[in-house]
Design a protein around this ligand. Structure first.
Ligand code: ADP
Length: 477
């Protein structure tokens, strides 16, 4: 049986800030079901609740060299849904109020990367594949290839590096290489991890991993171009034969309006009328005008530039004039948090902004709203639109990355499609498709047909898990 260790900076059901957390857990679950023994390792953050930690057992402690420091590392383990989870414990690095965004990110994840590799030998667990994810794990293939490959225990372990978002690269000063990672400066001098005078964890992963994947077919193509490539497009073109796009899926155990425990009223393809009850109850709960006939738009998102919020802001004056409601759940950059919070103050009957991360409320919003907005500037895969589709909440997206791959634009002549989309990053184009969508919304019969098509789309993990297995097979042969 093939063994895979999925290495990530977050994972459900313990800690999640975005899509990566969903994927770590759901993909591992499906891989296990398909006969690939998959385990997951993440840092032990303070934000993982104490009562959850109680289910873990401390299985090993050892010391990890980080520059001149010798740091404690504890490995905790437990099993959930057949997946073995490991936590890397060091309170100095991970017992903090948040997860990301600290001044010493380079040191925290240099520690994590080296600890994961050391852990393998310490607990005598030798996976066939280390499946690394995003920049936080980018130095694992580098350390493995340059420092561990002579060691019998590590010989033959393959690496897959998955890019979930090229926008976040982990770029630090070059001293990080020698002073924290204990790696030779020639990796900087020969350009392998050098990035415009600094060191890039992401580049390290791309350069040293045996294979590279990203989370949709379109994004795999896009990142090889200067517009989306974030200055790594040249390297990605160079490695294009080892680069593959595999769509993420969503976990229908969690995202299914028929069984969802968080929503007010369950509904399915055979009972789409009941969806409205969710809208009315949410309107009441949020203090919006209570009327099932008002179309409700929603966003559940990180509030960052990548999500196309500037387009929405540009046309907000026009949207406010329409007979619609807008519900936004998200957190992120202050500038957006404040802007959308102010809208709620000015238009309390029309706009509700909730600045927080709230999984239960997210489910309620997916179920209650009619139209889901995702006009992203770039979107490696996107889970929001897939969840929306399952809940019959029609997505309006920009045609980029996974949005392009999963949302088929409505064709008024043939009646095909499951959502609405526009191509250029342009506010007027967004406004135009919103108007088109609204026109169809009032054509109740055709809207119902559209909802059924959207709810029938299959974005489950099953298909994607099979593609990963194929890739693992290629790696091991
Ligand atoms: P990204 O990974 O770029 O943040 P994705 O669309 O791939 O975007 O994944 C975002 C995931 O996080 C979705 O499951 C979405 O519902 C969820 N999410 C985003 N913001 C919030 C929030 N404020 N509260 C609850 N869930 C959220």
């Amino acid at each position: 049986m093939k063994k895979v260790l999925f290495v990530a900076s977050e994972s459900d059901p313990f800690i999640k800030t975005g899509g990566l957390g969903d994927i770590a857990y759901s993909l591992s679950k499906y891989l296990n079901a398909e006969g690939v023994e998959t385990s997951v390792v993440i840092p032990k953050y303070k934000l993982i609740p104490e009562e959850v930690i109680e289910n873990f057992e401390l299985i090993k402690t050892f010391n990890v060299a980080i520059g001149w420091r010798n740091q404690y590392c504890g490995v905790l383990s437990t099993k959930v849904d057949g997946i073995t989870f490991y936590l890397i414990d060091n309170e100095y690095y991970f017992k903090r109020e948040g997860i990301y965004g600290y001044f010493d990110e380079a040191e925290r994840f240099a520690f994590f990367d080296r600890s994961v590799l050391m852990m393998l030998k310490e607990i005598n667990y030798r996976p066939d594949i280390l499946h690394c994810n995003d920049w936080q794990t980018g130095m694992i293939p580098v350390i493995l290839k340059t420092q561990y490959s002579h060691d019998e225990f590590y010989k033959g372990i393959k690496t897959l590096f998955s890019i979930h978002n090229l926008l976040y690269q982990g770029i630090f000063s070059r001293e990080v290489l020698t002073e924290l990672l204990n790696l030779p400066i020639n990796l900087y001098n020969d350009g392998s991890v050098e990035f415009y005078g600094g060191v890039s964890f992401m580049k390290g992963g791309i350069e040293f991993a045996d294979k590279i994947s990203t989370v949709s077919k379109t994004y795999a193509e896009e990142i090889q171009t200067p517009y989306y490539g974030e200055k790594l497009d040249g390297l990605l073109r160079w490695r294009k034969n080892d680069l593959i796009g595999i769509e993420n899926g969503i976990d229908y155990d969690f995202y299914n309006p028929e069984t969802d425990k968080f929503i007010y009223t369950n509904y399915g393809i055979d009972s789409i009328d009941k969806k409205q009850e969710n809208k009315v109850k949410l309107q009441k709960e949020l203090g919006l005008s209570v009327n099932p006939n008002i179309p409700m738009f929603s966003m559940v998102t990180r509030l960052v530039r990548q999500k196309g919020l500037d387009l929405l802001i540009s046309i907000m004056d026009k949207l406010i004039q329409m007979n619609i409601q807008i519900v936004i759940l998200g957190s992120g950059d202050k500038i957006y948090e404040e802007h959308f919070s102010n809208l709620k103050i000015y238009y309390p009957n029309k706009v509700t902004t909730l600045i927080k991360f709230d999984n239960e409320l997210a489910h309620k919003i997916y179920a209650a709203s009619d139209i889901f907005l995702m006009p992203s500037l770039s979107e490696p895969c996107g889970l929001g639109q897939m969840i929306a589709l399952k809940y019959g909440t029609i997505p309006i997206v920009r045609e980029t990355g996974g949005l392009k791959d999963s949302v088929i634009p409505y064709n008024k002549y043939t009646g095909d499609g499951n959502g609405f989309s526009f191509s250029y990053y342009n506010a007027q184009d967004l406004h135009y498709v919103i108007e088109n969508a609204l026109q169809l919304y009032y054509d109740r019969k055709n809207w119902a047909k559209l909802m059924i098509r959207s709810m029938s789309a299959d974005n489950s993990w099953k298909k994607s898990a099979k593609e990963y297995i194929k890739l693992y097979d290629i790696l091991c042969n």
